[in-house]
Design a protein around this ligand. Structure first.
Ligand SMILES: N[C@@H](CCC(=O)N[C@@H](CS)C(=O)NCC(=O)O)C(=O)O
Length: 209
């Protein structure tokens, strides 16, 4: 395959935490020459992107034969297996179970904070105070739980699983939502996040504000 002709197209936006997972994998695995990243126009009526992905969501990966993949977990797994040497699969046994459990919990945080952020983008008169309160409280409960869970051995060490990746993407949503204040009173989470932040794949995919 010619390096100047990437065979896969990855549709992303710069600030989607879900697309960020796929962008992190591309960098971690050195796939920049094989995967062309294209910024999609999401959440606008009549976007040309809807012809490519009818759901309108990112990330979305288009394979050389035109097959379309969405959902960040599937897209990440596909990219991770491209070289037949996956690095981010759950390990066998009990640690694998904990990676999947913690990935689900990190995804709950991402999903909830994303709803909260979207609510903030609506015109003032369309915002639902009930939704905002619900999501703020959900995030606060999850952050409390994460303060302990982040000490689980599978969350430590080098970047090696989707639980770590999903949590860092969720925590960095603070850049989009200044009311998502998770740092105060959570020293374990702060030091965990600070230890990952300088990693090039994390640093170079930071949400732009
Ligand atoms: N469960 C999906 C969520 C993807 C998602 O909701 N992406 C958002 C960006 S953060 C999106 O594309 N939204 C556009 C829309 O809802 O039209 C995944 O993990 O990939």
């Amino acid at each position: 395959m010619s390096e100047s002709h990437p065979s896969l197209k990855l549709y992303v936006t710069e600030n989607s935490p879900y697309a960020r997972l796929a962008r992190i994998i591309v960098l971690e695995k050195g796939l920049e020459d094989r995967v062309k990243q294209i910024v999609a126009q999401t959440r606008s009526s009549d976007s040309p992107y809807y012809e490519i992905n009818p759901s309108g969501r990112v990330p979305c990966l288009i394979l050389p034969d035109g097959v379309r993949l969405e959902e960040s977990q599937l897209v990440c797994s596909y990219l991770d297996h491209l070289d037949n040497a996956p690095q981010f699969e759950p390990p066998p046994g009990s640690n694998g179970f904990h990676v999947q459990r913690l990935e689900a919990m990190a995804r709950s945080l991402t999903d909830g904070v994303s709803v909260w952020i979207r609510e903030g983008f609506r015109p003032q008169q369309e915002r639902s105070p009930g939704v905002i309160t619900h999501e703020r409280n959900r995030a606060a409960r999850l952050i409390e739980a994460w303060e302990t869970e982040v000490l689980h051995p599978v969350m430590g060490g080098k970047l090696s699983n989707m639980a770590q990746m999903t949590l860092i993407a969720a925590l960095h949503l603070e850049r989009w939502n200044p009311n998502f204040e998770w740092r105060n009173g959570h020293p374990n989470l702060v030091s965990w996040a600070e230890s990952l932040a300088p990693r090039p794949s994390i640093r170079d995919t930071m949400p732009v504000v």
